[in-house]
Design a protein around this ligand. Sequence first.
Ligand SMILES: [Ca+2]
Length: 245
Amino acid sequence: MHVLRYAAITAGALAAAGLAAWAAESREALVARLWPKERIEAALASVEAQKQAGLLTDAAYARRKAMLQDRRAGRFQPTMLAVASPPLDLIQNGGFEEVNRNSAPNRSRWLWWGGWSWGGEYENMWEERPEFVHSGKWSARIACKGQAGRIGLSTPPLPIVPGATEYVFTVWAMGEGENMLFLNFESGARGTLRQKVPAEWTQVTLKGAPDAGAQQFTFYIYVIGKGTIWLDDAKMTPVGATIED
Ligand SMILES: [Ca+2]
């Protein structure tokens, strides 16, 4: 139960204070970088020029000027979170560097990730042989030891980022035998992929779209074939949001 307890605590923390603090810091850092003092001054000058030229109504002029003055004073609170640059990553322990040695072979052996079995004979194990590690010290090895079925690693509930139109999941994978990787956005987003993983490290990409009104979603990495699949350096990046005035 060690893994499940960890996952539950992490999911709760992510959904509450942890995520809020993380998002706030990221937003402030982005705003500071995207709106340096010179840009604010230039924008104020431009608003004045547009007003002089009769291009702005009084109301539009007042609104834009007030917003820029708030930006200059550090009071402006953007309603959208810019996530395009630099990309934010919603995955923790994506390199599978933090292992849980007390876990069972048919459950997640990695901190943060949940792990489940739906039948078949599989073994989850941390892998340290360098040729099977994409980066760091470890990768995740999921090996079929008999009958195929379905085993999977899942994220805790991940946040729907305001303004993001899609989420891009990437993972480095390597396989042997008659393996089959099955990636799936669930419980708040849609997107699915099934593919055999080649014998050399390959970056697999899957895009998912959020469901209307969803607050969070979950992502599953399933293995449904025979053979072995190694995984490393997973990322989940929200895209499509920009800072809007
Ligand atoms: Ca790694």
